[in-house]
Design a protein around this ligand. Structure first.
Ligand SMILES: C[S@@+](CC[C@H](N)C(=O)[O-])C[C@H]1O[C@@H](n2cnc3c(N)ncnc32)[C@H](O)[C@@H]1O
Length: 220
């Protein structure tokens, strides 16, 4: 079945997504540098890009840069004067990302901040964001979401990735390799669902990255 999901993703990419040298080069550079291939798939990168454009996002925050793949998609949605801050704990990943962002021509509008995201947030407390993409360490997702909602304008969006985990979120016992991530995502879902500051949903997805899903919240 997953072979089929990958083939469908490839078909959708070939029909809907233009060939993109900078994004291809970013993935190649990340692979060469030994980064894990855990970036969003192309169709989801474009989805994030379209969301940002649809709401006219000028100020974007990202948790989890990796090699800057989703960052490039989001940064390209920004109008002149728009800015994106991306938080990454791993300095060598951030270095790869900065080179990728420069090559993609968006280095001037993106700041990659190195350090544990939770420690980078105090410097951003005076800011208001239009869109936040949360895609870092899953156990902290609820904390990032809480902060993001408090710092996102009414009508702004918070997107949270990897909230289905091949159905792993069904396992309440939180045993297994993914236990801490599952517990973190369940904590996030429970908090988001009862948070009066947002209206939220989540969608399951299948594709080249298997069975997963994302949550989308609009700030009230
Ligand atoms: C799934 S990857 C991000 C993928 C990226 N958003 C993309 O789609 O191209 C998760 C990233 O979060 C970073 N990360 C993990 N723990 C973190 C933390 N405490 N603070 C900031 N970044 C963290 C990892 O180093 C990794 O690069």
């Amino acid at each position: 079945m997953s072979e089929n999901w990958t083939a469908v993703d490839q078909l959708l990419e070939s029909l809907l997504l233009p060939e993109d040298e900078a994004l291809g080069a970013a993935l190649a550079a990340a692979e060469k540098a030994g980064l894990p291939p855990i970036q969003v798939p192309p169709v989801q990168g474009r989805f994030l890009h379209l969301l940002a454009r649809a709401i006219g996002a000028r100020r974007v925050l990202e948790f989890g840069t990796l090699g800057g793949y989703s960052t490039i998609w989001l940064a390209r949605a920004l109008p002149a004067g728009g800015r994106l801050t991306s938080l990454e704990v791993n300095p060598s990943y951030a270095e790869v990302a900065r080179a990728n962002l420069e090559r993609a021509g968006v280095g001037d509008r993106v700041e990659v901040v190195v350090g544990p995201a939770i420690e980078s947030l105090p410097a951003l407390t005076g800011e208001t964001f239009d869109l936040t993409f949360i895609d870092a360490d899953k156990p902290s997702t609820a904390d990032y979401f809480d902060w993001a909602v408090a710092h996102t304008r009414p009508g702004g969006l918070v997107v949270v990735d990897n909230v289905v985990r091949r159905g792993g979120i069904l396992d309440e016992s939180t045993a297994g390799d993914d236990a801490a991530n599952v517990a973190g995502i369940r904590r996030f879902l429970a908090a988001a669902g009862s948070d009066p500051r947002v209206d939220v949903t989540a969608l399951q997805t299948v594709g080249s990255k298997g069975h997963d899903g994302f949550a989308l919240a609009v700030v009230n």
